[in-house]
Design a protein around this ligand. Structure first.
Ligand code: PNS
Length: 163
């Protein structure tokens, strides 16, 4: 069985993340969505909240499993017998950072490939940071996050009141 991992902070999950995960789920037999505690970033949402949003947005997709992770992605992939990491690429600006991570993971686990799915055109500019930034000014984040979790994310980020 071909198992792949979609790792990330998902702080919070965006439409762009969901698009990549759904496409990975159509391409591979099993997708593990690994929500990492990234020590370099102070998250806005707790790990439980981030997992809750992912569970709601991915409800009904049988071959997707959502897990909380700590430690190295390369080790977790080995433990789960995952053959590849799947990540979305929005623009060339993503590439340097992603390429560095891909090479590091390959060095730590030579069996592990990194595959990049190109972002859908409508999600090219969408990121978790953009969601938080727009919401912090009371802006409309409806186009950036899945509809089923929009109200929860908006209420949490700006206390509600903005459509
Ligand atoms: O959504 P993000 O914050 O860009 O995701 C980054 C993430 C979580 C994929 C990356 O930080 C990661 O793989 N963390 C696990 C720790 C690790 O393996 N670090 C070494 C590889 S760079």
């Amino acid at each position: 069985m071909r198992t792949v991992i979609c790792p990330g902070s998902f702080d919070p999950v965006t439409r762009g993340h969901i698009d990549i995960i759904k496409r990975a789920a159509k391409t591979f037999e099993k997708v593990i969505v690994a929500v990492f505690v990234n020590k370099a970033k102070i998250p806005c949402f707790t790990i439980e909240e981030r997992i809750h949003f992912l569970e709601k947005a991915l409800e009904g997709i049988e071959n997707v499993e959502i897990v909380a992770c700590e430690g190295l992605l390369a080790d977790y992939a080995r433990e789960r017998h995952a053959t590849a990491v799947v990540k979305g690429l929005r623009a060339m600006s993503d590439f340097e950072y992603e390429f560095q991570m891909a090479l590091t993971n390959k060095m730590l686990n030579p069996e592990l490939e990194t595959l990049f799915f190109s972002s859908s055109a409508e999600n090219m500019y969408v990121s978790s940071s953009i969601v938080k930034s727009v919401a912090s000014f009371g802006g409309n984040i409806r186009d950036f996050v899945p509809e089923c979790i929009h109200d929860e994310i908006r209420d949490r980020l700006c206390g509600g009141g903005v459509d």
